[in-house]
Design a protein around this ligand. Structure first.
Ligand code: HGY
Ligand code: MN
Ligand code: MN
Length: 419
């Protein structure tokens, strides 16, 4: 099967009528997609490993005891999403790993490290918050037991949801020496500039907030206006304040939205008692993000008539991908004759986590009109295929040891001295 055939099959799980997919983390359709991937690993001689937080690895051991070059992305999606976000990178990783396994078996690639394709659990953070969950546990930023207790809006825990689809695993996660990921750009730059490959140098800074607005429930048709404490009015002021914040900065420097909003009790004849909402602020400039943060807090302070609590507030700082990985990817693109440029990522990716512990390479392919988190998401077949080629060449260089800390002899020494 070719890559495009496999991608078409994979995109049939959770497919929507409008050509996208709907498979939030640990839903039945995520489970179906995962089983397809595990079966693919099996058919291509890769060993499926599932860890306690539901990360899946299709691994091949070349050098006993050596750590792994990991290459992956995520299969979970936003609700009514595009079919490329994440899933493309997982399937590209699987194909790259299989191709390189054949190279090693033929003797045309001498590996220093082992190799595994990865599907990280719950990158999107739409069903279970926060996002980048599986990779966050992998790097030790989150505690697995705490994360397994997180519940969705229906009260179902991560642990139960993963158990229900058969992916609450018991295998230890492999040790990483380096990481690579390919993803659709989700922005318009590569398409506009007519380039095939983006090589990511850093991520935008982001702040995410969960906010609850507490009002007082009463009768819409019988409560005097002066006596109302309408949670929805307070929440609406915050929605508009977030939009207004962006006007304080040059165009494009600050992005702000409320993407999630729940009204209680949500009856036509009841003044709302409670609204829960999620605010997302992002900037390429950390100072701008901090100014926007202060302005948002000030705007929230001005909301009277109801009580506002900020339940969680998290900062994803802007950090750089290791230069050695950027240069490795540039060399690979040059040797393959693929046009490329350096760029930033506005969206979060599992690679943002992985780069905190190992040298990490993040690659982009073009998105038509820059559309993402939409069923209209599209990346052209020739760009998908060029990306698989680029990822495969990049990972080949990582497996032969062009970047990454140690050499096999050093593992032997390390295990002797530590035992
Ligand atoms: O961009 C985001 O924060 C998401 O997790 N991809
Ligand atoms: Mn993604
Ligand atoms: Mn996404």
């Amino acid at each position: 099967m070719t890559f495009l055939d496999d991608f078409a099959t994979m995109s049939s799980f959770g497919a929507t009528a409008a050509g996208g997919v709907d498979r939030e983390a640990a839903t039945a359709d995520d489970g179906r997609t995962r089983r397809f991937l595990a079966d693919w690993f099996d058919r291509h001689g890769l060993t499926t490993i599932v860890d306690a937080i539901g990360n899946m690895y299709g691994s091949v051991e070349f050098v006993p005891g050596a750590p792994y070059v990991l290459v992956g992305s995520h299969l979970d999606s936003q609700p009514t999403a595009g079919k490329y976000d994440g899933a493309y990178g997982v399937l590209a990783a699987a194909h790259a790993v299989h191709h390189l396994k054949e190279h090693v078996e033929r003797g045309s690639l001498t590996p220093q490290f082992n190799l595994a394709a990865v599907n990280w659990f719950n990158e999107e953070g739409s069903r279970f918050s926060p996002s980048l969950m599986g990779s966050g546990v992998f790097i030790g930023k989150f505690d697995a037991d705490e994360i397994l207790k997180v519940t969705d809006r229906a009260g179902i825990s991560v642990r139960d949801a993963l158990s229900d689809i058969g992916f609450h695993g018991i295998d230890p996660a492999p040790e990483a020496v380096s990481y690579a990921e390919i993803h659709i750009e989700q922005g318009p730059i590569l398409e506009k500039e007519g380039l095939r490959i983006g090589i990511v140098t850093a991520n935008w800074a982001a702040r995410k907030y969960s906010i609850t607005v507490h009002g007082e429930q009463s009768h819409t048709g019988a409560t005097h206006m002066a006596l109302r404490h309408d949670a929805l009015v307070g929440a609406s002021r915050i929605v508009l304040a977030a939009r207004e914040l962006t006007r304080n900065f040059d165009d494009g420097l600050l992005l702000a939205s409320v993407g999630q909003f729940d009204v209680e009790p949500n009856s036509p004849i009841v003044v709302p008692s409670k609204v829960t909402m999620a605010v997302d602020l992002r900037s390429s400039d950390p100072d701008v993000l901090e100014q926007a943060h202060e302005m948002l807090l000030a705007a929230i302070d001005e909301v009277t008539e109801v009580n506002v609590s900020i339940d969680t507030s998290s900062l994803r700082p802007s950090t750089s991908y290791q230069l050695e990985g950027v240069e490795l990817a540039e060399e690979a693109a040059k040797d393959l004759g693929l046009s490329h440029r350096r760029m930033l990522t506005m969206a979060g990716h599992d690679s943002v986590n992985l780069k905190d512990i190992v040298p990490t390479v993040m690659l982009f392919v073009p998105s038509v009109d820059g559309i993402s988190h939409s069923e209209k998401e599209l990346t052209r077949d020739e760009d998908l295929l060029a990306g698989v080629k680029m990822l495969t060449e990049t990972v080949a260089r990582m497996v032969r040891g062009d970047i990454g800390a140690a050499h096999p002899a050093e593992f032997a020494n390390a295990s002797h001295t530590s035992s």
